[in-house]
Write a protein that binds this ligand. Structure first.
Ligand code: SF4
Length: 247
């Protein structure tokens, strides 16, 4: 399907790919991305094993269970997230899950008391997530994320095919246009477990010190960095998102 598209960077190529892949369901979309190395090179999945991660991971596992899956261990995850990660890896038979963390020297230099999240959460996220992801993706040409437009106003413009300008690589969001109902229907149909904290009101699950439950009428990500202006961790280097995050 994609053989007629010449991919060299630029807005035209990106728009052509967005059109070519727009009608595909997530599984077919993922298959196109993972089986076209001449177009996209080596592609990894990045997962937080959070509240909505199971659906994308299931779709990837169906297509190619040996796809590298990158998990950024911030060393502040809930125990429930680590247990959920291990259970999903086993259930989905994911073959290549790679865990990355801040290197010990940086940790000692930047956050020896593990309190940076209290005084400078942007710096903490940058050191424990953004820099670590950039290192983890060094051997890849693109990454697949689970971002959806419905999740928050900062993600309303997410495209299924994007270009990660920060890392100069492809970024794919197969579920960009899915709704919360779509996710739940798929999860139930395929017997995928909830993250254990979902039942306790956590609609979005990040690091323990920076995540709280949400009320029914709140945005799903309202429990992240509650009480602060910070909206995103910075992993998704979309200029619109960053602008909104620091506004
Ligand atoms: S979410 Fe909180 S603890 Fe986790 S990396 Fe960001 S600031 Fe640090």
């Amino acid at each position: 399907m994609l053989r007629d598209i010449e991919v060299h960077s630029g807005a035209e190529a990106l728009a052509a790919l967005q059109r070519a892949l727009s009608d595909l369901g997530p599984s077919d979309f993922i298959a196109e991305v993972l089986t076209n190395p001449s177009l996209f090179g080596r592609v990894a999945v990045v997962s937080s094993f959070g509240a909505e991660s199971a659906v994308l991971l299931h779709q990837v596992a169906k297509v190619a269970p040996s796809t590298p899956v990158i998990f950024i261990d911030t060393q502040f995850h809930f125990d429930e997230t680590i247990a959920y990660r291990d259970a999903l890896v086993s259930q989905l038979a994911l073959q290549d899950v790679r865990c990355y963390s801040i290197d010990p020297l940086s940790q000692k230099r930047l956050d020896p008391a593990r309190t940076l999240h209290l005084t400078n959460p942007d710096r903490c996220c940058h050191a424990r997530k953004v820099e670590v992801l950039t290192r983890a993706l060094r051997d890849f040409d693109g990454w697949i994320s689970g971002q959806k437009r419905f999740q928050s106003i900062t993600r309303a413009g997410v495209e299924r095919v994007d270009w990660d300008t920060e890392r100069s690589m492809w970024k794919f969001n197969p579920l960009a246009d899915w709704s919360a109902d779509d996710l739940e229907t798929y999860r139930v149909a395929h017997g995928l477990p909830h993250h254990p904290l979902v039942q306790l009101g956590y609609a979005s699950v990040g690091c323990a010190p920076c995540t709280s439950p949400v009320a029914d009428d709140e945005d799903g990500r309202a429990g992240r960095w509650r009480g602060q202006q910070k909206l995103e961790c910075g992993l998704h280097r979309n200029p619109n998102i960053i602008a909104a995050s620091v506004a």
